[in-house]
Design a protein. Structure first.
Length: 267
């Protein structure tokens, strides 16, 4: 029998943490060896299987990464930016691999993660779904083929509890589109529109909707005076992200130090 990948989950009591737990417990190739969350989080002290609706499995959600990191090969985290960055340094110092799904990471956060990735493999992906990662591959082709003459806007819609806006996925889509046009996203991004603010040619507009329970829609619009293309990705369930996260955890074990993305995995 092939060895199972030993995983510790950070943010285990959260929306993604619970879905990830359920998905991992159903996968014979994964062994969840530990799980943590913030001391104040509801769910701490409970069995992960019970919390994920699958029945007790004998792993309790704790609050200390130090208690679980050594038994894991990979730490996976869906939590908050500052937490993920701090944990990345700690996980790397223990020589373990890490997968970070947390979004809202600033350039400074990414620089700190890159430093940690000099000693351990770390994968950062704002969207773990296969569909979005295939889309990220295709967008440069579409953008280059259309050229400069199209206005580009990115619209995303998420549940009311999402903290960061625009979403990490929207920013990643924008980064890829801007890159295909030979531009840096910060130089061309415009966030929301309000007041008297005519559109400037070459801008990439971002619009974020926060309502209800939507797990995530993203649309990239290319429009000129004659036509419009709209490319939409719609996630129907968090399971689609969790399945990608499981693939990423299996993929990263045994890799050398470095900063990886889901593009490396789907490639
Ligand atoms: P959530 O608020 O439901 O869960 C986050 C969990 O992290 C909470 O339980 C919180 O207590 C915990 N947490 C916060 N700080 C912590 C710390 N210092 N130590 C341990 N645990 C800590 O949010 P969510 O909807 O599960 O999303 C979590 C993150 O994952 C967000 O950044 C979200 O945008 C991102 N996300 C990424 C993907 C992807 O595919 N990459 C998909 C969905 C969500």
């Amino acid at each position: 029998m092939s060895e199972r990948t030993r995983v510790a989950i950070v943010g285990a009591a959260g929306r993604m943490g619970r879905m990830l737990t359920a998905t991992m417990l159903a996968d014979p190739g994964i062994q969840v060896v530990g799980a943590i969350d913030r001391a104040e989080a509801p769910g701490v002290g409970q069995d992960i299987g019970t919390l994920a609706g699958r029945g007790a499995v004998g792993v309790t959600i704790g609050t200390s990464l130090a208690d679980v990191v050594d038994s894991a090969q990979v730490v996976i985290e869906f939590s908050a930016p500052e937490a993920s960055v701090e944990h990345a340094g700690f996980v790397a110092s223990r020589g373990k691999a890490m997968v970070i799904g947390t979004t809202g990471l600033s350039e400074e956060h990414l620089a700190r993660i890159r430093t940690a990735a000099a000693t351990s493999p770390i994968l950062v992906a704002p969207n773990m779904s296969l569909g979005v990662n295939v889309l990220l591959r295709l967008l440069p082709q579409i953008t280059t083929a259309l050229g400069e003459g199209y206005d580009i806007e990115i619209v995303e819609s998420h549940h009311r509890g999402k903290k960061d806006a625009p979403s990490g996925t929207a920013l990643k889509l924008g980064e890829v589109v801007a890159g295909a046009l030979g531009k840096r996203l910060p130089d061309v991004a415009v966030h929301g529109r309000s007041g008297i603010q005519p559109r400037v040619s070459g801008e990439i507009g971002f619009h974020a909707i926060r309502a209800g329970a939507n797990v995530g829609d993203h649309t990239v619009i290319y429009s000129n005076e004659g036509e419009q293309i709209e490319i939409t990705h719609r996630a129907f369930s968090r399971e689609t992200f969790a399945l990608g996260a499981v693939t990423a955890c299996k993929w990263i074990v045994g890799r050398g130090p470095g900063l990886y993305s889901m593009q490396d995995v789907v490639g």
